[in-house]
Design a protein around this ligand. Structure first.
Ligand SMILES: [Fe+2]
Length: 453
């Protein structure tokens, strides 16, 4: 699989440039990563005489072919590569580790100019900026990528304490809303994209997409959905104020670390409120309340005053935006792999929500969410009695009808290049299969679906 080789190359080069920044390019960790990247590059080139890698806007091209999903997964790294002035790279085998080390230094900002090498040439050709791929999947992907940009820029202004507005966030949310309305099934499928590297930002975009879908379903006006969507997008922005060591801590947190994590709703709400224009304040409420639970548990511990008494605990009136976003937030968190646990399949995440409906989560929103996702949510893989593996692409409007699914692996076990919808019945389903066990990513299938999505 060429995709796997591209990933291996991008991942090791990203690691190498990270090590240049941290420890300098002569550090063994760095030279090891560079060696690995050079091997991955040579393997990627295979028996071709050379390979042209190019980046145009949001998209990575390999020999002129767009790599949609990888572009999205490595969105942050591609931004760094472009910022270092690298638009194209021609690689000739075997790739020389010393030359690749220079590229890693260039990306890290350790040197300014591209070296002239034998096996690597930077910006030796110009990519033709053709018309953008106008497929719904590509438009959604672009919208997702712009959301990541908006999060990074809002995040860094929060970090540096400089004044920010919510204008960029509002505009990406409007675009996400527009693209999701045009293709709701593809939007749900796109939320299966996760990043271990920038977990919080991808999680935030996913939560926003899922929240917008749910908000539309329960009849919230489009204008109000934008504020709700901003809240969902920025609900975890307060994590900027939590140390990396704590956020990436693999095991149980001690009391002090836990205390630090519990500050993120308030830190986020403060940052959003400082940036909010009139009418956008509710976005801060969403961030403040997203870990407060329906039954009054969770954090922060909320106290309200009804004119006579102070109350907390059961019956605390969380804003309904917060209760809605909490459902989407939880679903995406459970379906994502973390350093301390594996990703759960979609149906398992729904089970968790249902079992805590009425205690942790608002039962009405859980019900609406479950009906939006359907019995097998988009991105679920099913093994059929025929031996085929199908992937659910679109929930069914009718609860008695199974969702639309496409064949991704045929009876012989080979991957299907152009997945097509297939009829199937309840009796045909043998079991659900985890995406990780198959090595297929739902969003990768999305890129290959018929335009209808
Ligand atoms: Fe959170």
């Amino acid at each position: 699989m060429i995709d796997q080789q591209i990933r291996a190359f991008a991942r090791s080069l990203r690691r190498a440039s990270g090590y240049v920044r941290l420890y300098g390019f002569q550090h063994p960790l760095c030279t090891d990563a560079v060696d690995e990247a050079a091997r991955a590059a040579t393997e990627l080139i295979g028996d071709r005489p050379g390979l042209l890698i190019g980046i145009v806007d949001d998209t990575l091209f390999i020999d002129g072919e767009p790599s949609g999903l990888i572009s999205l997964q490595f969105n942050g790294f591609l931004r760094e590569v472009l910022a270092a002035g690298i638009e194209t790279l021609i690689m000739t085998p075997p790739v020389d580790p010393d030359e690749l080390g220079q590229i890693a230094r260039l990306i890290a900002g350790d040197i300014d100019a591209a070296p002239i090498g034998r096996s690597l040439r930077v910006n030796a050709v110009d990519l033709v900026r053709g018309p953008h791929d106008g497929s719904p999947a590509a438009r959604l992907r672009r919208s997702y990528s712009h959301s990541l940009d908006a999060l990074r820029s809002f995040g860094s202004s929060v970090e540096s304490g400089s004044a920010a507005s919510l204008d960029e966030t509002a505009s990406v949310v409007k675009n996400l809303l527009e693209q999701s309305l045009a293709n709701p099934a593809a939007a749900l499928l796109l939320t299966t994209v996760k990043s271990h590297h920038e977990y919080t930002f991808y999680h935030s975009v996913n939560t926003s997409i899922l929240s917008l879908g749910l908000a539309g379903l329960v009849g919230i006006s489009e204008r109000d959905q934008v504020v709700l969507g901003i809240g969902a997008m920025l609900h975890d922005i307060g994590k900027i104020g939590v140390s990396r060591a704590v956020l990436q801590h693999p095991g149980r947190l001690d009391a002090a670390q836990w205390e630090e994590v519990r500050r993120h709703p308030q830190l986020g709400a403060e940052a959003i409120l400082a940036a909010a224009a009139p009418g956008e304040e509710l976005a801060a409420v969403v961030a403040f309340e997203h870990h407060a639970r329906f039954d009054g548990s969770g954090y922060p511990r909320l106290v309200y005053h009804d004119g006579t008494h102070h109350h907390h605990g059961p019956g605390h009136p969380l804003h309904f935006y917060s209760r809605l976003v909490a459902v989407a937030d939880t679903y995406d968190a459970i379906t994502t792999r973390r350093s301390y646990r594996r990703a759960e399949p979609p149906s398992r995440a729904l089970q968790v929500l249902v079992s805590e409906a009425g205690t942790s989560y608002d039962p009405d929103f859980v019900l609406a969410f479950a009906s939006m996702m359907g019995i097998y949510p988009p991105g679920s893989f099913l093994r059929l009695a025929s031996g085929e593996i199908v992937m659910v692409t679109r929930p069914s409007d009718d609860p008695t009808v199974l969702p639309t699914a496409v064949v991704v692996r045929d009876r012989a076990g080979s991957e299907v290049a152009a997945p097509e919808p297939v009829p199937y019945a309840d009796d045909d389903i043998v079991e659900q299969v985890a995406a990780s066990a198959l090595g297929i990513q739902p969003a990768q299938v999305l890129e290959r679906l018929p335009v209808d999505g």
